[in-house]
Design a protein. Structure first.
Length: 368
């Protein structure tokens, strides 16, 4: 190869390599950095059930003017898009609001020219920041499973009231009909009582389930490196240190773990920066969305009997109480319970731990 051919080859290679070094990047208000060529995941719709607020597509109207319309499509959430261009307002103020916009290419809509106002989309969960794998792969606990478990562990008498409530759990409309028509209830009682009793006999207490709970954190604890959690409830409807959900009260035998999510200072700072929004007005919403991984216990949970307790806690809570081992937590700042993770934890508990906790009595008695 002579010098002339060598220089020509070098010149061509420089054009091929140039885009690698010339990739434009942008750091969002939340501290996430994206560059052209990056692949993003679309989140869920913020306000509408079918339409994005900050993802738009371009079209030309009848007068030949380019316009931007909110993009819709129920199959778009959690699909992939690729950043093709980063458009800064000083170059082109596309949406007339001085926002940085990403031009995107979508795997679901390859024929559309898509644009996203990236900071607002992150703030409102229309772009996924992180979406981890579940800490435990298991099934969601159904309302019927909760009811069956509760009746069994509390040794509730299977009378007409319990069977009628069970019918309502299985089929809400049928339950309402049975409440109005006692003859219909009498015809169905035997069938549903048998189903309930079989469910109680077959219930698998070795399995782990998950539930999804809207709850609050109580601000970052710098000493313990994490967020204390609380599970709001109507006054008097749940005992302390229970997780209320769907009318039941899950009583964890490891409340110290169930009511705290470890989060590093760096991750907490990033979450709170994202939570404050593009205006960074200093307000961090305490509302979080927690996936609780739990294993129901085939144990009769003993309620506390305080010396000055004016409430009959047995009458109030017995028919709603389920003892559980909390085996893990995932805490999110997005109502979808799938992405924008704040922190997660996996707890290891053995049956030996549980029996030692109660001095071998076989009755679990966490403090309330």
């Amino acid at each position: 190869m002579n010098m002339k051919h060598f220089l020509c080859l070098l010149f061509c290679l420089s054009f091929l390599l140039f885009p690698v070094y010339a990739q434009e990047s942008y750091e969002t208000y939340s501290g996430d950095t994206f560059k052209t060529g990056d692949v993003l995941t679309l989140g869920d719709f913020y306000l509408s059930s079918t339409k994005y607020s900050h993802l738009k597509y371009a079209y030309t109207d009848t007068y030949g003017k380019v316009r931007y319309e909110a993009f819709n499509g129920k199959d778009l959430p959690f699909s992939k898009v690729t950043i093709r261009e980063i458009i800064r307002p000083e170059d082109k103020n596309m949406f007339l609001n001085e926002a940085v916009v990403f031009a995107l290419e979508s795997e679901k809509a390859p024929d559309k020219k898509l644009f996203v106002e990236i900071d607002r989309a992150i703030e409102q969960g229309e772009i996924v920041v992180n979406m981890p794998e579940p800490v435990i792969k298991c099934e969601e606990m159904t309302l019927e499973q909760m009811f069956i478990c509760c009746v069994r562990v509390n040794k509730l008498p299977i009378d007409d009231k319990v069977v009628l409530n069970y019918i309502s759990v299985v089929n809400k409309e049928l339950g309402q009909e049975c409440r109005r028509d006692q003859f219909k209830f009498r015809k169905l009682k035997g069938e549903y009582q048998a189903r309930l009793e079989k469910g109680m006999a077959d219930f698998d207490f070795t399995k782990t389930y998950f539930i999804k709970v809207n709850n609050n954190h109580n601000g970052y604890d710098f000493d313990h490196k994490g967020y204390p959690l609380s599970y709001p409830t109507r006054s008097g409807s749940s005992p302390k240190q229970c997780i209320p959900f769907n009318g039941f009260n899950f009583m964890p035998v490891n409340p110290d773990q169930a009511f705290f999510i470890p989060v590093s200072m760096d991750d907490a700072e990033k979450y709170e920066k994202r939570s404050r929004g593009t205006g960074q007005n200093g307000y961090v919403s305490p509302l979080v969305y927690t996936v609780v991984y739990l294993q129901p216990l085939d144990k009769y949970m003993e309620l506390p009997k305080g010396k000055y307790n004016v409430l009959n806690v047995e009458n109030l809570y017995r028919s709603t109480l389920i003892g559980v081992k909390v085996k893990g937590l995932e805490v999110y700042d997005n109502k979808n319970f799938r992405y924008n993770l704040i922190g997660s934890a996996l707890f290891e508990w053995s049956l030996v731990n549980l029996f030692l906790k109660d001095h071998g009595k076989g009755i679990l008695t966490p403090s309330l």
